[in-house]
Design a protein around this ligand. Structure first.
Ligand code: PGA
Length: 222
């Protein structure tokens, strides 16, 4: 990696770059239908996102009273449904493409650190034409641990090879990951967060990606 890069910025995926909940919701309900279980609402599924697909499936099974003996099979079916259609309904949030373009032009090295399983994460980035911005993608199954363990985030920065400038995410898990990694955190307020923004430690909060490059510019050097 070019040592003259301005710095490195890593982004969360679900609820930060991409509103991915509608496809997760559709895949969950296809999985539930196969098991003869009733569907769950989009709002319920949004509340279950953040700790990766196996945890999402466990939360869904608890909500529907399904026996944990079926867990491994249901995770497998969820991944099959989701991998088949990961980006039919998912869209980047407004302003994401312009913000990434601006940051890339300013010579930031960009990466993604998500708890989403790597295969659908990459398929989504490809389908939405976002892969071109990123030099590294760390998924929920890339390491033996997931966020909020800081290891995946630190691995993303290590691979980028430039000074860590910022992690950008939307959730409690992301805020905790950045805190444990000792990395500055930009909190996107328009994602899947469950608690008030004031309750989460952040360097700054933003609700419009159009403002992100200026917020990054305003940071002191890493
Ligand atoms: O898949 C999830 O549950 C969360 O994914 P994220 O880390 O991109 O928010």
């Amino acid at each position: 990696m070019d040592v003259h890069m301005t710095g490195a910025i890593v982004f969360d995926l679900d609820g930060t770059l991409v509103d991915s909940a509608p496809d997760l919701h559709a895949a969950v309900n296809r999985m539930l239908a196969e098991h003869g279980a009733l569907p769950l609402s989009l709002e319920t599924i949004i509340g279950f996102i953040g700790n990766g697909i196996p945890t999402l499936v466990r939360r869904v099974m608890t909500a529907r009273g399904l026996p944990s003996s079926q867990e491994a099979q249901m995770i497998q079916r969820m991944l099959a449904h989701y991998n088949a259609q990961p980006a039919d309904l998912s869209r980047p949030y407004d302003g994401v493409v312009n913000a990434l373009t601006t940051l890339k032009q300013a010579e930031y090295a960009l990466g993604v650190c998500t708890n989403k399983t790597l295969t659908p994460a990459i398929r989504i980035l490809d389908a939405l034409d976002l892969s071109r911005f990123f030099d590294v993608v760390i998924g929920g199954d890339s390491l033996p641990v997931t966020k909020p363990d800081p290891a995946p985030l630190l691995a993303a920065f290590a691979e980028l090879g430039a000074d860590p400038a910022l992690y950008v995410g939307d959730s409690e898990v992301d805020a905790e990951t950045a805190r444990r990694a000792g990395i500055r955190f930009g909190l996107f307020a328009g994602g899947y967060r469950k608690t008030p923004v004031e309750a989460l430690p952040s360097t700054f909060v933003f609700d419009d990606f159009a403002s992100l490059p200026a917020q990054v510019d305003a940071l002191s050097p890493a």
